[in-house]
Write a protein that binds this ligand. Structure first.
Ligand SMILES: CCC1=C(C)/C(=C/C2=NC(=C\c3[nH]c(/C=C4\NC(=O)[C@H](C)[C@H]4CC)c(C)c3CCC(=O)O)/C(CCC(=O)O)=C2C)NC1=O
Length: 161
């Protein structure tokens, strides 16, 4: 896993240079938004179950996934979907705190598309649910932090597509 600080330092290290202005500006931006990130993570942790529930209500509840024969039909599969959404929310929050998406590649996206395809989990519906989580989360944490979280929700969606 990488974060905004190690990313900038590794980049300079590869070139054998001190941090240049662009690198220092990136770090400054990260430090300036530190409190915002921690505050957002606190709000998300305290409301995770509600975020997932509201996102499901907005996106999947009356979709083909929940109908008989759909991929979420039966409580076991419904629960698996809710659990997946909670994984996405938790790992997007980690990535937002780190200011870097690498944890999503390593822990979430690695092999996920193949798993979903082999189990018939519909990617389109999953992306819709993640986009709904993005909206619900932004409503909770506010515009700036919501935008930052949005980067990592979108990252998961493009990794699945
Ligand atoms: C921490 C990283 C991590 C992820 C991301 C993860 C995902 C993941 N989701 C799975 C299943 C599943 N995922 C879903 C999800 C959905 N079906 C829908 O129609 C909806 C659109 C969607 C929810 C948004 C469902 C229903 C299953 C069970 C499928 C089945 O067994 O038939 C499986 C197969 C094994 C299992 O059932 O547990 C994995 C590995 N596991 C992990 O360890």
């Amino acid at each position: 896993m990488q974060d905004a600080i190690t990313a900038v330092i590794n980049f300079s290290d590869v070139q054998g240079k001190y941090l240049d202005t662009a690198a220092l500006d990136k770090l400054k931006g990260y430090f300036q938004t530190g409190e915002l990130r921690v505050r957002a993570a606190t709000a998300i942790s305290a409301n995770a179950a509600a975020i997932v529930r509201d996102a499901v209500a907005k996106s999947l509840l009356y979709s083909d996934s929940t109908r008989p024969g759909g991929n979420m039909y039966t409580t076991r599969r419904y629960a698996a979907c809710i659990r997946d959404l909670d994984y996405f929310l938790r790992y997007a929050t980690y990535a937002m705190l780190a200011g870097d998406p690498s944890i999503l590649d390593e822990r979430v996206l690695n092999g996920l598309k193949e798993t979903y395809n082999s189990l018939g989990v519909p990617i389109g519906n999953t992306v819709q649910a993640i986009q709904a989580m993005k909206d619900v989360t932004a409503g909770l944490v506010g515009l700036d932090a919501g935008k930052e979280m949005g980067v990592y929700f979108d990252y998961i969606c493009s990794g699945l597509s």
